[in-house]
Design a protein around this ligand. Structure first.
Ligand code: HEM
Length: 500
């Protein structure tokens, strides 16, 4: 080709590129973290992965009340940075901002599961319905499981400290207590079940890390090389199959069953719903594992964050113990007692506000072109989320936002409604730890009960301190948008001599 032909071709390519870029509506949304040119945006994606928080803080400071975008390896993420935008998303139907599409991006589980699960996630209904309604009768079982787990895993004596890895012991407590509510005894104590329930998250996270490096059309190919989630589901199905068969045969003869014979756990409620769907064991187990994915590491990270805040401020311990003792003395280990534990409620809410398990929340995919107030134009297909960590640290919403204040949410603020607004389980535009709107976490009522019982029980039965108490709160681990409590911190436990 003649030199001038190269020149003409090059000019055409540049013109087309500039024309397409100018027409791309995402260009109107400012970029934070690096250049937004093709390929160069990988620099921004790398920066977001290694120092996500400073990028989000920078974006929030510059574009508070509006939106900005950060690069990820496979696409842009538009970060909505105002509480009025949180409310816009809350009000939008699934056809405008899809939560399922947001979850699919975050998890990439679609490569490993039956498509019916995405079409009809009926397993979520029993969480909202039976699990949440039956918290009171379930509480004694949860407590029983916590007592057993402590006996097995906390080898502390009255005059001797036992040193245990904090994050891992909290994960064990959560896995067992959650298992008790999901599959009952003895399955919740079966090491194979616990392993499958806990490791599914890690299997998915590992696979997702690679899948999300490539554009959409190559994702199925990459997923084929990372079969950890698929293997996990097979192992979980093998472990759960005998129990599921037993439960199915119970459902067939339910009308002739003895009173008290009916199981009261999530697996049973999912199988009840499955009567009209007739799904096979593997698909039912997949549904259960997706709930474990949503429930276990979120709850254990929240519990560990709260525990580390508490142990780093040991002056809080007697305050909380007094509250627990008072409530238990009056109403025993009941839901009513937990409702009286306002300070513990506040501790968890403050731990999620201050630390949190993620920098972002309320992931959604725009299903059509969306116009938001302030002239923000979100093109169809764009992934969006809410700047949770910056909002949770905004002085306009939280006085002394960069301080951890135990009683921040426990003070009686006036009316019943104001009080309810303060509670851990409540979501607002300024507090999105559990998301917001129709798809806000349906498991939060269960999580709140479980976290409170575990911490209250530990406070009543153990003295606890950090091994490196002088070093303050163990530093969190940050990767991309995740905030994990320290994996290495060691907690010392000693059995208390006198307990209520
Ligand atoms: C402290 C622990 C937990 C935290 C911080 C948490 C947080 C969240 C968040 C941020 C969302 C997304 C909400 C949104 O996009 O608006 C979510 C969704 C969800 N969570 Fe939780 N969660 C926790 C515990 C649980 C538990 C124990 C369960 C099950 C019993 C559960 C089940 C779910 C499910 C099924 C969804 C998806 C709901 C939907 O798409 O409609 N979570 N959670």
């Amino acid at each position: 080709m003649e030199l001038h032909a190269y020149f003409v071709l090059g000019t055409i390519l540049v013109v087309v590129y500039v024309w397409r870029r100018r027409r791309d509506p995402l260009n109107a949304i400012p970029t934070v973290g690096g250049p937004s040119l093709p390929l160069l945006s990988y620099i921004g994606a790398y920066r977001f992965m290694v120092r996500g928080q400073s990028l989000l803080d920078e974006g929030y400071a510059k574009y508070r009340g509006s939106a900005f975008k950060v690069a990820m390896f496979d696409q842009w993420l538009v970060v909505l940075s105002g509480t009025h935008l949180v409310e816009e998303v809350r009000k939008s139907p699934e056809e405008v901002f899809s939560s399922m599409e947001g979850v699919l991006y975050l998890t990439q589980f679609k490569h490993y599961i039956h498509p019916n699960i995405i079409k009809d996630p009926f397993h979520v209904d029993p969480i909202r319905d039976q699990l949440t309604r039956q918290l009171a009768p379930m509480l004694p079982n949860i407590l029983d499981e916590i007592i057993e787990t402590c006996k097995e895993h906390i080898p502390a004596k009255e005059h001797e400290w036992a040193a245990l890895p904090g994050a891992s012991i909290m994960l064990t407590m959560i896995a067992r207590a959650t298992g008790r509510a999901f599959v009952g005894v003895p399955m919740c104590r079966d090491p194979k079940y616990i392993h499958a329930a806990v490791s599914f998250t890690m299997d998915l996270v590992r696979a997702r890390m690679f899948i999300n490096l490539v554009p959409e059309r190559f994702k199925p190919l990459v997923a084929r090389f990372f079969q950890g989630p698929a293997r996990n589901l097979h192992a979980a199905a093998d472990t759960l199959e005998p129990l599921i068969r037993e439960r199915e045969s119970f459902l067939e003869r339910e009308d002739d069953s003895e009173p008290g014979e009916k199981p009261a756990d999530l697996l049973h409620w999912i199988l009840e719903s499955n009567r009209e769907h007739g799904e096979k064991v593997h698909t039912v187990v997949t549904r259960l594992q997706l709930i474990n994915f949503a429930a276990i590491h979120t709850s254990s990270a929240s519990l560990t964050h709260a525990l580390y805040h508490l142990l780093a401020n040991p002056e809080y311990i007697p305050i909380l113990r007094k509250e627990v003792e008072g409530a238990i003395r009056e109403t025993g280990w009941t839901k009513a007692s937990l409702e009286k534990m306002r300070m513990i409620d506040s501790l968890f809410k403050e731990a999620l506000r201050y630390s949190g398990i993620s920098l972002l929340s309320v992931y959604r995919r725009a299903m059509c072109d969306v116009k938001l107030p302030g002239g923000i134009h979100i093109p169809a297909g764009t992934l969006t989320s809410v700047a949770m960590h910056p909002i949770h640290h905004d002085e306009a919403f939280y006085k002394n936002a960069d301080q951890f204040i135990l009683e921040r949410f426990s003070k009686v603020q006036g009316s019943e409604k104001d009080n309810a607004r303060q509670q851990f389980v409540n979501t607002t535009a300024e507090c999105v730890s559990f998301g917001r709107g129709k798809h806000a976490c349906p498991g939060r009522f269960f999580a709140s009960m479980e976290l409170k019982v575990i911490l209250a029980y530990l406070l009543m039965h153990y003295d606890m301190k950090l091994e490196n108490q002088d070093e303050g709160r163990p530093a969190d681990l940050r990767l991309g948008h995740s905030i994990l409590p320290s994996r290495n911190a060691v907690v010392l436990f000693r059995k208390r001599v006198q307990v209520a």
